[in-house]
Design a protein around this ligand. Structure first.
Ligand code: ATP
Length: 202
């Protein structure tokens, strides 16, 4: 079974950037955000259940899920939010497991933004956390998403704290520096994970 390295970090911490660097080494990337979209794609059991519960108005004209409408519908409705989580989380976990079982690189990377919040590190052999100072996280996210500081701060407040993530980490990438430093950190970790995967195979 392939060694599974979990990758997480807060909003704008650099998960996509780091995952792309590992992918350049030929490492299989399993992305929870992509899977979360797949399980509600047109024709899926997930979307069928959502339409049964919320009606056809929850769809866009092209048959895709209207995500912002669903977000609005569950906003301040904890019971509906719990219903949706109970529906989708097992489907997402199941798909992650299947993708992990099909991974063919020496180790694979499971990228989950809310890994610590949803306690999904149990699905991994090691947890790699991207750590970045809040000011930098906010600055990078505001530039990338063209949003203001306040909007990013709200999202930060709803996520695990740096301390909570670091407490769960086996390995940490410091992404306070430039992209050159980041590439160096990924190169170092890649070598470490190759060694670990060889040891696991023995
Ligand atoms: P989200 O959880 O919001 O999807 P993320 O964790 O995937 O974000 P990225 O999109 O990889 O984060 O990075 C956020 C922004 O910061 C991007 O615009 C990215 O290009 C930039 N960035 C990441 N790392 C660095 C770095 N070391 N130096 C400069 N910019 C960086």
């Amino acid at each position: 079974m392939t060694l599974v390295v979990g990758l997480t970090g807060g909003i704008g911490s650099g998960k996509t950037t780091v995952a792309n660097l590992f992918a350049n080494y030929g490492i299989d990337i399993i992305d929870a955000d992509l899977i979360a979209r797949e399980v509600v794609a047109p024709g899926s059991a997930g979307l069928k259940a959502i339409v049964e519960r919320f009606g056809n108005d929850i769809l866009l004209t092209d048959g895709q899920l209207n995500r912002s409408k669903l977000r609005e519908a569950i906003f301040n409705e904890p019971a509906l939010k719990a219903w949706l989580d109970n529906l989708l989380h097992p489907m997402i976990r199941q798909q992650m497991k299947q993708d992990i079982s099909q991974a063919s690189s020496p180790y694979c990377l499971l990228v989950v933004p809310l890994m610590v919040e949803n306690q999904l590190q149990a699905m991994t052999d090691r947890l790699l956390v991207i750590d970045v100072r809040e000011e930098i996280q906010i600055a990078r996210t505001t530039v990338r998403d063209k949003v203001n500081d306040e909007q990013v701060r709200k999202i930060l407040a709803a996520q695990a704290s740096r301390e909570q993530r670091l407490a769960a980490a086996d390995d940490v990438i410091d992404n306070n520096g430039d992209s050159h430093q980041l590439r160096g950190e990924v190169a170092r970790l890649h070598q470490q994970y190759l060694l670990l995967s060889e040891q696991a195979d023995r």
